[in-house]
Structures are given as structure tokens and as C-alpha cells.
Design a protein around this ligand. Structure first.
Ligand SMILES: Nc1ncnc2c1ncn2[C@@H]1O[C@H](COP(=O)(O)OP(=O)(O)OP(=O)(O)O)[C@@H](O)[C@H]1O
Ligand SMILES: O=P(O)(O)OC[C@H]1O[C@H](OP(=O)(O)OP(=O)(O)O)[C@H](O)[C@@H]1O
Ligand SMILES: [Mg+2]
Length: 296
């Protein structure tokens, strides 16, 4: 497939933790991908866009160079790229609230730790040398950083370095390797990035359309439509409880003076506890409905 000037190009991870997240987000935005899992590119059937399936480390470069207008990548990979000399021709246009993890400094359980100065003169193995070097410089600690591309947790056992700095979410990998986290270096989540290079008008327009759809998907992720009935006295308390709702619509109930139907979009998760609170405040006939699409 040749690069087509009239189509958008979106870089996503081929195989790994971000692959399904990225495909699902594009699917949620209504994009139907043509090719299967093994292709390196896919044409979108119903939107003028092509998808590139690449290693996550290459995604910021593709977007910064303008080869792809959009990409989905971990904030950690983007930050490491931004600290490189290639310059920041990339902007974050949406935080995806998923693939949350932290880059943490860790050491074998028995290693003593009295704060960052414990690292002075030590070696630290990591796949994110620039982030770690910045963290050390901010704390004026002089330590050496050893780059490893994977299996960083093995470094202390292999005597490559007594400390590591790697991604942690549940902590199970650290525990399995007899390591404990001693400091948080960088918190990360998946992000949608866009090139800051100028883009041909047709692709600029496609980009705006895609972004608006993706923002709609993110807005509706936890959003629910709530309907309930309430008396005029209970309305103030009820509207205070509605989670993340903007001004609700309040409609008089036919044949029941002083009683209203309340319709509201809740932007946050609606838990059973919230329904119980609403009921306690005088609401009845409470319905919580999923929202399929939203465009603001
Ligand atoms: N344990 C985790 N929990 C949540 N998110 C994670 C976790 N580990 C990594 N991530 C996020 O997912 C991204 C991709 O992780 P993955 O392990 O698939 O990358 P990779 O092995 O470098 O893949 P590639 O082959 O594309 O280079 C990471 O950069 C990070 O943002
Ligand atoms: O705290 P945990 O929940 O145990 O997760 C942390 C692990 O997850 C990531 O690796 P991943 O599983 O993506 O495998 P990889 O090393 O092949 O990238 C990361 O590099 C850690 O090794
Ligand atoms: Mg990678």
C-alpha cells in the first residue's frame, strides 16, 4: 500500500498491551479495519484513513516526522522520546485513561533505602534512560544508567545493576523477582498523539473529524443517562447527588402537581450507592441507561 495523500495515517502498536486498546478505540469511533492481525497496514473501509501496525517505540517518531498524523502510545514511551534530541513535533490530544502504570525504581528486598541519595555511585538498569537521568539530575544524584530493552527485572540477579527502573502496575513482576519498589519516577497512561507539523487541508479536516469522534467515545465511556421522578422539595438534594451531571432537564409530571421527571447525563460511573442515596433523597422510578454515542 502506498502512502495516500488524501488519507489519514494512524500508528498503533502491532502486538502488545496497547494493541487491543487501540483497535477498540478506533472501532468505537466507527472505523472498520479491513486487514487481519498479521498485516503491517490496514485500510479503513468506511473512513479515509490507513492504520500502521508498528512497535510502540517507533510511534512517536512516525508522528513527529509526519509519516502518521496520529498515534496511540504509552505516556512513558512518549516522554522518553520527548527527552531525545529529535524535538517535540508531537502533541497529546487525548488521555485515554487506560494502560495505567508507573515507572518505579526498585531493588532487591534486602537493599537498604534512605531516599534518592542511596543511589549515589550506583548503577540503574532501565529501558527509559532519559526519564531516569532527568529524575536523577532533578535530585542532584550522581548514578549511572544502563539501558536494557527488556527483562529489566533480571538485572540485579545477573549483577548488571543493583537497582532497576521499570514499569509496574500490579507489582506482581517485582514480587516474583524478589524486588521492591522504592520510588515513583513517572506515572503513565495511554495517550492519543498528533503531529504538530502542518498537514494538507483534506487531512487536517479528516483529523478534526476523527478527534471529535474519539472525544465522543471517551466522553461516553463512563457516561450514563439517568431518569428519575422527584417532588419539588427533593429536587435540590437530588441534583447535588447526581454524579458529574450538568444542568439536568426537569419536566413536570402530568396529573401530579409538584412532581417532576429529572433527566441527566452523568459523566462519572453511577454506582449502586449513588442510586441508594438518590432514593434516600426522595427519588423514585430511577432508570440508568447506557449512552451509545455523544457529540458535543
Ligand atoms: N503492567 C502494565 N500495566 C499497564 N500498562 C502497561 C504495563 N506494562 C506496560 N504498559 C503500557 O503499555 C505499553 C506497551 O507495553 P508492551 O509491554 O506491550 O510494550 P513493548 O514490549 O515495548 O512492545 P513493542 O513490541 O511494541 O515494542 C507500555 O509502554 C506502557 O505504557
Ligand atoms: O506490575 P505488573 O502488573 O507485574 O506489570 C509489570 C510488568 O508489565 C510490563 O511487562 P509486560 O507484561 O508488558 O511484558 P514485556 O516485558 O514483554 O513488555 C512491565 O515491563 C513489567 O515487567
Ligand atoms: Mg517497545
Amino acid at each position: 500500500m502506498l502512502i495516500d495523500e488524501d488519507r489519514l495515517h494512524i500508528a498503533i502498536q502491532k502486538n502488545g498491551r496497547l494493541s487491543d486498546i487501540s483497535r477498540d478505540l478506533l472501532k468505537g469511533a466507527g472505523l472498520r479495519l479491513q486487514n487481519g492481525r498479521n498485516a503491517l497496514t490496514a485500510r479503513v473501509e468506511n473512513f479515509a484513513a490507513d492504520i500502521m501496525f508498528v512497535r510502540d517505540d517507533d510511534i512517536p517518531t512516525f508522528v513527529a516526522d509526519g509519516v502518521c498524523e496520529f498515534g496511540i502510545v504509552g505516556g512513558n514511551v512518549l516522554e522518553e522520546f520527548r527527552l531525545s534530541s529529535r524535538g517535540p513535533a508531537v502533541e497529546i490530544v487525548a488521555e485515554l485513561g487506560t494502560a495505567r502504570c508507573s515507572l518505579k525504581l526498585a531493588a532487591p528486598d534486602a537493599t537498604s533505602w534512605d531516599g534518592p541519595q542511596s543511589l549515589a555511585g550506583q548503577r540503574i538498569a532501565t529501558s527509559y534512560p532519559r526519564i531516569v537521568e532527568r529524575w536523577l539530575a532533578e535530585r542532584r544524584v550522581d548514578a549511572s544508567v544502563v539501558k536494557m530493552n527488556g527483562a529489566v527485572e533480571l538485572a540485579p540477579r545477573l549483577k548488571i545493576a543493583p537497582f532497576i527502573c521499570d514499569l509496574v502496575s500490579t507489582g506482581a513482576t517485582l514480587e516474583a523477582n524478589g524486588l521492591r519498589a522504592v520510588a515513583d519516577v513517572f506515572d503513565s497512561e495511554a495517550v492519543l498523539i498528533r503531529t504538530t507539523r502542518s498537514v494538507a487541508a483534506v487531512r487536517q479536516e479528516l483529523g478534526e473529524a476523527l478527534l471529535s469522534r474519539i472525544q465522543g467515545v471517551l466522553e461516553t465511556k463512563d457516561a450514563k443517562y439517568i431518569l428519575l421522578n422527584a417532588s419539588s422539595e427533593s429536587l435540590p438534594a437530588i441534583t447535588r447527588i447526581l454524579p458529574g451531571a450538568e444542568a439536568p432537564t426537569i419536566i413536570p409530571l402530568h396529573g401530579r402537581p409538584g412532581h417532576f421527571a429529572v433527566h441527566a447525563v452523568a459523566r462519572e460511573s453511577v454506582f449502586w450507592e449513588t442510586l441508594e442515596q438518590l432514593k434516600g433523597a426522595g427519588a423514585s422510578a430511577i432508570l440508568v441507561l447506557p449512552i451509545e454515542k455523544m457529540m458535543l
